[in-house]
Ligand binder design. Structure first.
Ligand code: NAD
Ligand code: TYD
Length: 353
């Protein structure tokens, strides 16, 4: 079949990437979607079981840090566009091993940019490089205000510093070589297929197993939560409609202190598991705070909403219940990803807190 576009999606076996791949494969049968992923601990092909045999889907196992393989792949496959999500994504891991974040998030991104620049030379205007980034590049807010697209970058963790750096490289390749870029900075995502090192799936798993819930500091930090499928919908809209060289914030206007969110989660889980009210809350354990812990993230996504008409589709309470249901119904997925190395990570991460 002659496909209209051949899109390389990097990191498609991860949490957000798998939702983006699923959306594009199902919605655009006239696009070929090539999912490139090295399958780190966070990458899991089981996240894409439902679409793995679709005729317009293919998987390539490759490391974006390997410049030569990436260049060869681009020359051979002649992708029309790139949606780049592959990254090391967990702040706590970036504190333990920052160099790995520089390699994947910075060097890996530059390798993709170089390969795109090489094969699209002379016809840049026909192709698009979409870079998926985070609101964490903007740093931390006080009690008021929101991150806009004009907020100055002020990253504090090695993770956010590496994402900020990759954003700068993407913009620089647009300005210097004429690469047609789009960058989006999104707030915290939640939903199915998220690796249980991040707050919500970790706590859902621990509540189920009656394990302690390690709340960092006093639980007063604030995050702005967006349903992952709404993020994927925003990426779809922006990939097709954003002006080249533009940046958009994506967020749900949905701020929660960690402790309020955890208490709501405990309440939902008590109901779903048939436990008496208040039982799961007893598992809350306040532990040593994360180093450099950003106090508050909150996104102003007015530009995306006003210019392109995107709005979040789900109310948070509904989305959270849906998410809990998914993890309870997919025990095997959870068991598979929490076996093996996960145990070692968990002990190392939490034993001294
Ligand atoms: P994730 O950790 O769940 O998935 C990352 C994927 O990238 C995995 O499949 C992994 O195998 C792959 N990968 C890692 N290193 C690679 C390498 N060297 N070569 C090829 N593949 C590699 O991450 P996520 O939460 O799905 O985040 C996806 C993107 O969205 C990231 O760029 C992240 O910065 C950004 N983001 C995440 C959030 C969030 O709340 N999770 C919010 C905003 C932006
Ligand atoms: P996380 O899911 O790691 O996302 P991010 O740090 O990228 O926002 O954490 C969300 C919030 O939850 C953050 O303020 C840190 C806090 N947190 C805990 O209190 N305990 C935990 O065990 C984890 C993983 C996170």
């Amino acid at each position: 079949m002659n496909y209209k576009k051949k899109i390389l999606v990097t990191g498609g076996a991860g949490f957000i990437g798998s939702h983006v791949v699923r959306l594009f494969v199902n919605k655009y049968p006239d696009y070929q979607i090539v999912n490139l992923d090295v399958l780190t601990y966070a990458g899991n092909l089981a996240n894409l079981k439902d679409i793995e045999v679709a005729p317009n889907y293919r998987f390539v196992k490759m490391d974006i840090v390997d410049a030569e393989s990436i260049t060869n792949l681009f020359q051979f496959e002649k992708f029309t566009d790139v949606i780049h999500l592959a990254a090391e994504s967990h702040v706590d891991r970036s504190i333990t091993n920052p160099t790995e974040f520089v390699m994947t998030n910075v060097i890996g991104t530059v390798n993709l940019l170089n390969a795109a620049k090489l094969i699209w030379k002379g016809e840049m205007e026909k192709h698009r490089f979409y870079h998926v980034s985070t609101d964490e590049v903007y740093g931390s807010l006080g009690e008021t205000g929101l991150f806009t697209e004009q907020t100055a970058y002020d990253p504090h963790s090695p993770y956010s510093a590496s994402k900020a750096s990759s954003d700068h490289f993407v913009r620089a390749y647009g300005d210097t070589y004429g690469l047609q870029t789009v960058i989006s900075n999104c707030s915290n995502n939640y939903g199915s297929y998220q690796f249980p090192e991040k707050l919500l799936p970790l706590f859902i798993n621990n509540i189920q197993n009656k394990k302690a819930l390690p709340v960092y500091g006093k639980g007063e930090n604030i995050r702005d939560w967006l349903w992952v499928e709404d993020h994927a919908r925003a990426i779809d809209v922006l990939f097709h409609k954003a002006m080249s060289g533009s940046t958009y914030n994506i967020g749900g206007h949905n701020e929660w202190t960690n402790i309020a969110l955890i208490k709501l989660l405990c309440k939902i889980m008590d109901k779903k598991l048939g436990r008496s009210e208040g039982e799961s809350e007893k598992l809350i354990s306040y532990v040593t705070d994360r180093a450099g812990h950003d106090l508050r993230y909150a996104i102003d996504s007015t530009k995306l909403q006003n210019e392109l008409g995107w709005t979040p589709s789900l109310q948070f309470e509904e989305g959270l219940e849906k998410t809990v249901d998914w993890y309870l119904e997919n025990k095997e997925w959870l068991e598979n990803v929490t076996s093996g190395d996960y145990q070692k990570y968990y002990e190392k991460q939490y034993e001294k807190r």
